[in-house]
Design a binder for this molecule. Sequence first.
Ligand code: FAD
Length: 627
Amino acid sequence: LTPVDNKFEGVWRLSKLGVPIHSDPGKDFLGLSPGLLQEIAKVLEFPVASMLPQDAFSVVRKSFDARKMLKEPKFVYTVDMDVSKLLSLEPRTWDFISRLEPKLGLIEHMPNERASGDLISIIHDSKKNPKDIVTTENGHNNYSGSEQSYKCPTIKKTKIAVVGSGPSGLFASLVLAELGADVTLIERGQAVEQRGRDIGALVVRRILQLESNFCFGEGGAGTWSDGKLVTRIGRNSGSVQAVMKTLVHFGAPKNILIDGKPHLGTDRLIPLLRNFRQHLQGLGVTIKFGTRVDDLLVEDGHVVGVRVADSRDKLQFNSQKLGYDGVVLAVGHSARDIYQMLLSHNMVLVPKDFAVGLRIEHPQELINRIQYSALATEVYKGRGKVPVADYKVVNYINGEDGGPSSNSGATGRNCYSFCMCPGGQVVLTSTNPSELCVNGMSFSRRASKWANAALVATVSTKDFETLGCHGPLAGVEFQMEFERKAAIMGGGNFVVPVQTVTDFMENRLSVTSVPPSSYRLGVKAANLHELFPIHITEALQHSISTFDKELPGFITSEALLHGVETRTSSPIQIPRNADTYESTLLKGLYPVGEGAGYAGGIVSAAVDGMFAGFAVARNFNLLDSCI
Ligand code: FAD
């Protein structure tokens, strides 16, 4: 074997390199520590770790593994190795690598990667060198691939309205504005500065602004959140990487590119969104905050604009008609009025399965102890060597393991934890005072003394019908039913009904005083069995006892269940063409993101918005013209 052998050129990936906790500098160090070099040398069967050329290696991923079956908790790394840099080693050292390959199969030869970077540089590079830059989910090219030179059109620019400034709307706006469209971003909520004051007034003085709250406003539902950037759509895919690098461009710390479970926290999201806004404005995007879209203007089956109103003007005295060539609908899943409006245009909305349940909160120290045992002291309010502990639990109810019987409505459901916020707090995500629902948020250090997570069970059309909810918005009615019940059980004023986990398991009211909660607007003891139909309650009960086996101590009188968690994902999907992203019924309308049923979470919503941006650009031939 020689260094010029093709097989040993390029970048090779070393995966699952475990560095014991005592040899690692800790969660915040993302470089090559002596402990990691030692591990690399071991895998390569290279005798002297310190002789390895350090510039040959770059850390791609770092996560913490404290599973009980391990002898010792460890940090687990993925490292890329640039083989050309190893040329500085003596040729005989190549033997080590050649011996390793067939034996361990640990090394993956990385294919030549296409241009990668943040979205802005990808688009800018494409101007210099036309080629297919980003493909749609279906693998169709978004760029025409023609080698024609760019020419500035003298005709007027394509006017696009993007409705909603959540992750999907922001990324769609970014792509379209970078590609030369005349974009207007319309947001019913307020910019983060005013939104922060409105959320403050809610938490301190119980004043819920209907249009500026935890769901509505700049950055969308995920701004006052934990800012988890984990996604099920393939962490290493080019599209997810482009989104993550774009977040870094706007001020997110670089470690989100490497951390196995990246998260930002509200304090980092707010300045990031300000930078995002300034960039969009620099590209000429008109941003209308406090402006709600109330209707679509439709002519001959084509959307030609929107009717908007000042969102603080409830009676819509100042409604205005605005004309656009295309409308991207990125409104999230709390914009129930938009669903109604779409039905008034005879749009088809397809009911979708989702999940409902409760938010559980434990003392964070308890979760640290359950997950890390003696190592729990290393957490140290988010400043320690190991990350603040989280968990993820899933249980499928099959009716066979001593749980609900097979003819019970509880079987055939998945119960799982969702949106876990270590070191966080439970927050109110209602958009209407007569409904009550909760979620969780945290700051970047995750330093609060609480750990909360949703515990939810899947529900489908059959459940909606059992409750008398029919038609395209059956899922929405189903959500509202429990949100109203929770508001009544709390006694009003956004007080949340709660029950200790032990009492929930025993189906008894928590009569003695309930443990404290991070929820700022007050809690009231209630029997949460009165909230959901019995089969959902049984499914949750049974799953909690299963989770306690996996996480011993999970069932404790120190843990408090909060009602109700209903807005886990969209209850409907708005049909659209898979390639053009255009509504199958209304031309010129592009439903995107979570509210349209195509995403779940910050990153997947951003990716969907990005793809939609390219699809719209292609439909209006923006990819062929001067940018
Ligand atoms: P949204 O973010 O919901 O944005 C839609 C926007 O449209 C909103 O700003 C809304 O005001 C606006 N809008 C609605 N109707 C109109 C109208 N008629 N006119 C004008 N504007 C309108 N996900 C994660 O991945 N990680 C997390 O840690 C996480 N934590 C969360 C914590 C909380 C408290 C909440 C509520 C959600 C959390 N999520 C989290 C979920 C995540 O926020 C969403 O999945 C994501 O924001 C969806 O993006 P989107 O762009 O599709 O919609």
